[in-house]
Design a protein. Structure first.
Length: 417
């Protein structure tokens, strides 16, 4: 026997559908919200962001709260809709009520609210955070029991829930994808710098070092006037000191302190070279990310790169690594940028001393960067011999023409596109 008027029953049904829509939209909004932006907003002191982070700390209990509320609303709505349908159409009303309610729930409790929530996930989450906190505490005993039972069932099925405790942490490759996909949200130079930082995990000191033949140093056997002239012409803070051959490194000399001795007219070799710091040697396959840590631990800014036989391959400094990160943000245009010239016919004239990785970055190419570090070395390895000028070849699908060879190295190459 009905104790409620049809109008009252309809109002209750509408209220239940709206409550179901609230729970459905809340679930979608909270699952779709940007967690990293949320953490940033919470750090700025935004209370709504802090409430949402509190809810997301226990995703199983949050989902249980939402699903219990949503399920309750849908079941009660089904009962009320059946009562209304029987009151209006009799026994056939059960079928009519089921069809009508299914349509109403699908449109007004699922599709429409969830579409709205996923479109405005952050704004919607902030609005529903207070009501959800209230429901979370009101239903806490039921939620705790339901969560305990469901977690027990998952454990019986062999699911180890603790393995997913940090599932929102990104690997370097996943973070790279995030940066690449954020083209419209991150300035181009900032995006490129972030990608360069991620590249540090793959790049070795070989990729950024000053090669042996370009190392400027002082021979300990030189006379004082020669050493003084080298110091005045030096544009570095530290200069290597060797004896006869660069492989026999004696140390690193601080240029400014050495020049002070000359200015004070109190200079002799023993006093000058007493300012030297001990040389620091590293293997050629050291990762840049590791080397930055080593520089900090050892309070050094320079290191000599050596091969397996102990021969000097090059010199790497903290400045080289910083340049590998900031790239075009440096005050002066990088040397690699000047190594590539665009010709009128669309081809590129390239100085072969350019690093392969830099060439790939500048022209968006796909030359292999795991082997030889320079374009000259890549071509020489490919041909397995020192080529002559005007030699043409195809490397990794790119057509190259050797324009100039100087001594035992390739100096100028044309890239045809």
């Amino acid at each position: 026997m009905h104790t409620l008027q049809p109008t009252t029953e309809i109002l209750i049904l509408v209220g239940l559908i709206l409550m179901s829509a609230f729970f459905s939209a809340s679930e979608t909004a909270l699952m779709a919200i940007n967690r990293y932006r949320l953490r940033y907003l919470a750090q700025t002191g935004l209370s709504s962001a802090k409430r949402i982070l509190f809810l997301l700390k226990k995703p199983d209990r949050l989902l249980a709260t939402i699903l219990i509320g949503n399920t309750f609303c849908n079941i009660v709505a089904s009962a009320v809709a059946t009562m209304i349908a029987i009151h209006l159409w009799g026994e056939i009303g059960v079928v009519i009520g089921t069809l009508v309610l299914t349509f109403l729930v699908l449109i007004f409790s699922e599709i429409a609210p969830k579409t709205l929530a996923v479109t405005y996930s952050q704004r919607f989450s902030f609005v529903v955070s207070w009501p959800l906190i209230l429901v979370f505490y009101l239903l806490y005993p039921i939620v705790a029991l339901a969560t305990h039972i469901s977690n027990g069932v998952l454990r019986l099925l062999g699911v180890k829930l603790q393995q997913h405790a940090h599932s929102d942490r990104l690997s370097s490759e996943e973070l790279r994808s995030v940066v690449v996909d954020s083209t419209e949200k991150i300035a181009e130079h900032h995006q490129e710098m972030l990608l360069r930082i991620l590249d540090l995990e793959k790049m070795t000191v070989n990729d950024v070092m000053i090669p042996r033949n370009k190392i400027v140093g002082i021979d300990i056997a030189d006379d004082l006037p020669t050493i003084q002239q080298q110091l005045f012409q030096c544009n570095m803070k530290y200069i290597p000191v060797y004896q006869d051959d660069i492989n026999d490194i004696k140390g690193i000399l601080p240029v400014f302190k050495a020049l002070e001795l000359f200015f004070n007219m109190d200079t002799h070799k023993e006093k000058l070279f007493s300012l030297m710091k001990e040389a620091y040697f590293i293997p050629e396959e050291t990762l840049l990310s590791q080397q930055m840590t080593y520089f900090k631990l050892k309070d050094r800014n320079h290191a000599f790169v050596v091969d397996e036989y102990g021969d000097i391959l090059g010199l790497v400094s903290l400045g080289n690594i910083v340049h590998a990160i900031v790239g075009e943000l440096a005050i002066e245009k990088s040397d690699e940028e000047t190594f590539v010239h665009v010709e009128a016919d669309g081809s590129y004239t390239i100085h072969a001393a350019i690093h392969v990785r830099e060439l790939n970055r500048i022209l968006h190419l796909q030359f292999p960067s795991e082997g030889p570090k320079t374009l000259s070395g890549l071509i020489t390895e490919y041909l397995e011999a020192m080529p002559q000028a005007q030699t043409c070849l195809c490397v990794s699908g790119y057509k190259l023409e050797i324009l100039k060879v100087e001594g035992n190295k390739i100096s100028l190459v044309r890239l045809l596109v």
